[in-house]
Ligand binder design. Sequence first.
Ligand code: ACO
Length: 322
Amino acid sequence: MRRSRIIGCGSYLPERVLTNTELATSVDTSDEWIKERTGIESRRIAADGEMTSDLALKAAQGALTDAGLDAQSIDMIILATSTPDETFPATATVVQSRLGMTGGMAFDIQAVCSGFVYAMSVADNFIKAGQVKTALVIGAETFSRILDWTDRSTCILFGDGAGAVVLSGEDTEDENSPGILSCHLHSDGQYHDLLYVDGGVSSTGSIGYLKMSGRDVFKHAVEKMAAAMREALDAQGMSAKDVDWFVPHQANRRIINSTARKLGISSENVIITIDRHANTSAASIPLALAEGRADQRIKGGDIVLLEALGGGFTWGSCILRW
Ligand code: ACO
C-alpha cells in the first residue's frame, strides 16, 4: 500500500491588512454587520504588481523548508487557483521556474474554492499510481483582482494569500500509517449562475467580476459539504468523534459552524482563520493547515478532515492521518 503523506507546510499572506472598519469607509457596510454575518474581521490584499505566483512561490518555499527538501527533489507541482498570473502558461510553471526546477511537471487546477481538495486528490492519485514520488500542492489566489469593490455583498468576503504542502509517497503495510486516506470529489454545473465571474477569454475578452447569490450558496454549501464529510467518514468506517481536526474551506464562519454542527464536530476541533484571512478560495485550507501545524495543534497521528465547496459548483472532502 502506498500513502501520500504531508511532510511540509508553508504559507504566505500579503503585508497589507484591510480591516472591516477601513472597508466601511469606501462601501456601505459596517464592522458589526460583516463580523456578525461572516466572522470576518480583516483580510490581506496583494500589493500592486504582487501576483499569484509571488504568493505561491513564498508558500512553496516555506513548505520545502519545512519538509527539509530542495526543489529538485519535487516531481510535480499542482497549483490550485482561479486567479492565475496570465491566461497561459499555467502559474504553476512560473513557480517551477522560480524555484529553479527544470525537471518534473507543473500544471494548474481550476476548481475555485475546492481547488486545493481537487489538487490533493490529483496528487494522491499520481503518487498511488507510482508516477511521482514527491508533489508540491499549492493553493494561491489574488481574489482582490476579480472583486467589484463597489458591491458590498461580495467585496467584503474575500482576501488574498497562499498555502502549500509537500506530499511524499511512502510504502507501508500498516493501516495506521500517516497519509491521505481518501478524497471524494463532486461537481454539478447546473449551479453555474449562483457563483461565477462574468468575464473570460472566450466570452467577453475581459477579466470580469465575481457574482454571487449569497443565500443560495450558503444553503448548498452546508448541505453539500456535510454530505462530502459524511462520505469521507463512511469510507473510513469512522464517525465525527474520530476527527481530531476539521479544517474547512473558510468561506463564512456561520457556514463552518452549521456544517460542524450537522456532523456533531465540536468547535474546539475546528481550525478557523476566516477572522483574519477572509475567504482566500483555494488558498484557505492550506493556510489553515499551515497555521494548525505551526502552532502545534495538529500532531502526528491526528485524523484531519478537509472540505470545500466552490463555484461550478465543485465540492469535496479529503480525510488524512497526520
Ligand atoms: N453590509 C451591510 N449590509 C449588507 C451587506 C454588507 N456588506 N451585504 C448585504 N447587505 C444587506 C443586503 O442588502 C440585505 O438588505 P435588505 O434586507 O435591505 O435587502 C441584507 O443585508 C441581508 O442580505 P442577505 O444577502 O440576505 O444576507 P445574508 O445573511 O445571507 O449574508 C452573505 C450574506 C454573508 C453573503 C451570506 O449569504 C454568505 O456568506 N453566503 C455564502 C457566501 C459564500 O460562502 N461564498 C463562497 C464563495 S466560494 C467561491 O467559490 C469563491
